[in-house]
Structures are given as C-alpha cells and as structure tokens.
Design a protein around this ligand. Structure first.
Ligand code: NAX
Length: 350
C-alpha cells in the first residue's frame, strides 16, 4: 500500500491531529448514510482520526445537529469532533477532504439550464470557500448532480487548488457495472477487473466491458460462452447500468442512498490509500486530453490510484462502438460546460 498523503501529525504522546472532512448536505439521505461509516474508518482507513464539518442549509441545520448528536453517541474512537455549519467558508476552513453531496434537486418544470444555474450557485460558493481556506492537501468528490459539471464549476472557482483535486462520483456506476457483469458471468465480484465507466454520470455514460476480465479471462469471451453476446451488452447490460438509478427509484420507492454513500467512501479511500495492485476503478477526473476528451472536462475514466493521485489508465484501444459511445457522452458534458459558460457561471479558471 502506498504512503498516505495524510501523514500523522503528532500533538502529544500517542495522539495525532485529526484530518478535517467537510460533508455538505450532511442531513440529507446520502450524507446521513456516509458520516457514520466515515467515522468508523471506512473513508481514510483505520489509522486516521477525523474531524467532521457538516455543512447544511439553515432549514436543515437542526437535523444536522441531531446527526452530530448521534455521531457522538457512536463513541467512534477515530472521531475527534463534529461541528455543524451554515457558512461554507467556516465549513471548509482547514479541510483536507470534501464530500460535496448537497445539491439542488430538479424540481417539476425545471429546465436543464435552471438546474445547472441553481447548482452553480452552490458549487461556486463552495469552490471559493475551498480556495480561501482549505488545507494544502484538499481533495473533493462531488456527489451532487449534475456531478461532473458541478466538479468542473467548483474547480473553476478555486484557481489556487490543483484542478485534479475536484473529482466527480462515478464509482456507483462502476460498482453497478461490476455487479451486473459478475451476475451474468455467474462469478464473484472479486473475480472481475478491468471494467471502465466513461463520460458523464447520466444516462449517456458508457459502461465498457471490452477490457474487462472475469477470473483473468476476457469478460466478453466468458459471456459469449453463456450465450450473452455483444447484442446483450448493447441492449441489456449498458442500459441496465446506465438506468439503474431509475430502477432503484421504481422498486425501492426512493433514490439510491446507501449504495451511493458506499461508492463515495470507496472513491476517496482508493484515491488516498491507493487502488489494490493493478486494479482499475472509475472516477470522474479532469481530462488530460486522453482518448479525445477535451482537456479539463471532468469525465469518467478508468483510473488507478497511487500516492494520493488518480491516473487515467493509458493506451487502451477503443473499438468503433466504444469510441462513439464515449464521444456521445462527452458531447453532453461539453454542452453542460457551454451552458454554465453562457450563463456566466464559471470562475476565473477555465
Ligand atoms: P437529499 O435531498 O436527501 O439531501 C440533500 C441535502 O443537501 C439536503 O439536506 C439539503 O438541505 C442539502 N443542501 C442543499 N444545498 C446545500 C448547500 N448549498 N449547502 C449544504 N447543504 C445543502 O439528497 P440525497 O439523496 O442525499 O442526494 C444528494 C445528491 O446526490 C443529489 O444531487 C443526487 O442527485 C445525487 N446523487 C448522485 C449520485 C452519483 O452517483 N453521483 C448517485 C446518488 C444520487 O442520486
């Protein structure tokens, strides 16, 4: 395992300074499901004590305070404190990790531009707060939708923070793809590797099996033996993964919560502590121009993480089908970026 970017900072015999983790939308569903596991060590590992800063809207402040009381009642040895904030500057002051979960949901009759604008109001404020007061090693995962564009926008308002520190959650999509493949191949999820999710966290995403393996064998070969060919991948697997959020709402009567919280924890844990061995995961990261994705656009890619850095897996061959699926999703991301740009919502970094 590689070195943690959160080195112990001793303050006395047997004590270390806790890492500050800011959670926005902490009183919401995903926030509530995330903070207890973060306090139990599922975010930064069993050796890193944390302080939680819970940021909420005034209307949900009291609920967040209730969550803080319950966190206290958990008597988590790694939890060195919890504070509730309504002010973003105070909440991000000294933060090393941001779980940016709180967002404005799409209300009835809201156009896409309205949604982008409402969320830009939230993520520009938070980007500026990060720029002003977060710790040097700050890193954020944006969960709140539209996650990729919100991450891009927050980074544009934090010009002094390296762009790659603002990422978007596509790990839930990655997990969904891994689990669907494992089920179809009658394998364990631990036997699956090389799955990639490309593009936007939306129905246009491309869950890609062309480099995936099951038990070390090409996944497409294993599936073909079970009479599940490319037609199955195209018409069943891809739509099932891309529309799984809607399926969960339909069956459960509510949106994904615990699975989203789990994915956000895994995203940060692997980013900080490293992906195991040569295993891939998927993250929404600013493009370095690879695979024809315009530089800077926050798009999902297959990545490996080492020493606190996520690296896009290089040199993959993309067949024509994959190329066109990725292009379509990236086009949607470009449209979202153009919309926030036209609305004059981007910060000083473009
Ligand atoms: P909830 O509506 O339960 O909670 C959102 C919370 O955010 C509320 O408590 C609200 O008061 C708070 N909030 C809103 N604006 C805020 C601000 N400016 N500062 C601080 N807090 C603020 O939603 P929940 O089910 O928790 O979902 C949160 C977000 O995750 C949504 O945008 C949702 O679409 C998104 N998702 C993203 C996923 C992903 O894979 N990227 C999957 C799950 C989820 O759909």
């Amino acid at each position: 395992m590689s070195a943690s970017p959160f080195p112990d900072r001793p303050t006395g015999p047997g004590r270390t300074v806790p890492t500050t983790v800011t959670v926005t939308g902490a009183a919401g569903q995903i926030g509530y499901a995330t903070v207890f596991r973060a306090a139990a060590g599922d975010l930064l590992g069993p050796d890193t004590p944390i302080r939680l800063h819970l940021l909420e809207l005034p209307a949900a402040r009291r609920a967040a305070e209730g969550t803080a009381l319950e966190l206290q009642d958990g008597a988590f040895p790694l939890l060195h404190g919890v504070e509730v904030f309504e002010d973003a500057d105070a909440a991000f002051d000294g933060a090393s990790v941001g779980l940016l979960i709180g967002a404005r949901p799409r209300a009835q009759g809201m156009e896409r531009a309205d949604l982008l604008e409402a969320n830009a109001g939230i993520f520009s404020v938070q980007g500026r707060a990060v720029n002003r007061g977060a710790a040097e090693d700050f890193r954020a995962v944006v969960v709140g939708n539209p996650a990729n564009t919100n991450a891009y926008l927050a980074a544009s308002h934090a010009p002094d923070v390296p762009r790659e520190r603002f990422t978007a959650l596509t790990r839930l999509d990655h997990h969904r793809a891994v689990a669907q493949l494992a089920a179809a191949a009658d394998a364990l999820v631990g036997e699956v590797d090389g799955v990639a999710v490309w593009g936007n966290h939306s129905a246009s995403q491309y869950p890609d099996l062309t480099h995936a393996t099951v038990g070390g064998r090409p996944a497409l070969e294993v599936l073909a033996e079970r009479d599940l060919g490319l037609e199955w991948v195209d018409s069943t697997f891809i739509p099932r993964v891309a529309r799984r959020g809607a399926e969960i709402i339909d069956v459960r009567g509510g949106s994904s919560v615990a699975s989203a919280a789990h994915a956000a924890l895994c995203h940060v844990r692997d980013w900080v502590l490293g992906t195991p061995g040569a295993a891939w995961t998927s993250m929404g990261v600013p493009s370095d121009g690879s695979y024809g994705v315009p530089e800077g656009l926050v798009s999902s890619f297959p990545v490996t993480c080492r020493d606190g850095r996520a690296r896009i897996v290089p040199g993959l061959e993309l067949d024509r089908f994959s190329g066109s699926r990725i292009e379509a999703s990236v086009r949607e991301l470009e449209e979202e970026r153009a919309a926030v740009q036209q609305l004059g919502l981007l910060g000083p970094r473009r």
